[in-house]
Design a protein around this ligand. Structure first.
Ligand code: 5GP
Length: 228
């Protein structure tokens, strides 16, 4: 059977932001659980200290400020930013390669970095994860117990600025129930794959020829008096 539609095979770059404590990592993990075969979460570099739950090379590549600055000079980042006194950056390496081979690349980055990606690669999909309320964000930030008071303060303060930028994204997911939030992310990405602008070609042959080939020459139609 000949295929009717040729879709773009290139993967999508999916940029996910949201204030610290909104649960974006949990939403992404949930999404990846069932989509890992065609998706890849980029691992950023950071100069922040490791948390007890962090694994080097999994959550981040943990490097010193000096190493980070050397990488900036060598132009190794797609984007980078300073957040709460530390550097965070997306290594360029592998991203293009993966997109070209049809893999979706997910970036979990803050708003300034996301806007840089928007300038460079505007066709990317931008998703903002919202906390259900500021009270809940506060509870999650304090409750997870990974940050000292200064860090919680800095993150909470920055959350107001970040939330005000939501309109620069294509989609907003409120993370009030984790399963619903994961389903919304899945739905957004599936819908994006069905966009008309992902269709490269529709192989529709000559109508008359094909009607003959597929219908009129068929035993069900032979000797029937049908006019095209
Ligand atoms: P955390 O210290 O909680 O792991 O991350 C702090 C913030 O930095 C989060 O909003 C996270 O999304 C963001 N972030 C992580 N990696 C990158 C990156 O490579 N670039 C940018 N711009 N932000 C990042």
């Amino acid at each position: 059977m000949s295929k009717l539609v040729k879709e773009r095979e290139r993967g999508s770059l999916i940029v996910i932001s949201g204030p610290s404590g909104c649960g974006k990592g949990t939403v992404i993990d949930g999404y990846l659980r069932t989509n890992r075969d065609h998706s890849w979460l980029s691992v950023s570099c950071t100069s922040r200290a490791m948390r007890p739950t962090d694994k080097d090379g999994v959550n981040y590549y943990f490097i010193s400020k000096e190493e980070f600055e050397k990488k900036i000079k060598r132009n190794e980042f797609l984007e980078y930013t300073e957040y709460n006194g530390n550097y965070y950056g997306t290594p360029k390496e592998y991203i293009e390669e993966r997109l070209a081979s049809g893999i979706d690349v997910l970036l979990e980055i803050e708003v300034q970095g996301a806007m840089k990606v928007k300038e460079l690669l505007p066709e990317s999909i931008f998703i903002f994860i919202m906390p259900p309320s500021m009270e809940e964000l506060r509870n999650r930030l304090v409750g997870r117990g990974t940050e000292n008071i200064d860090s919680v303060f800095g993150r909470f303060k920055r959350a107001y600025k970040e939330i005000n930028e939501y309109a620069k994204y294509n989609y907003v997911i409120t993370n009030d129930e984790i399963d619903k939030a994961i389903l919304k992310m899945q739905s957004i990405i599936i819908s994006e794959k069905c966009r008309v602008d992902r269709i490269e070609e529709v192989y529709l042959a000559n109508e008359e020829e094909e009607i003959h080939e597929l219908l009129l020459d068929d035993k069900h139609f032979i000797n029937k008096d049908v006019e095209i």
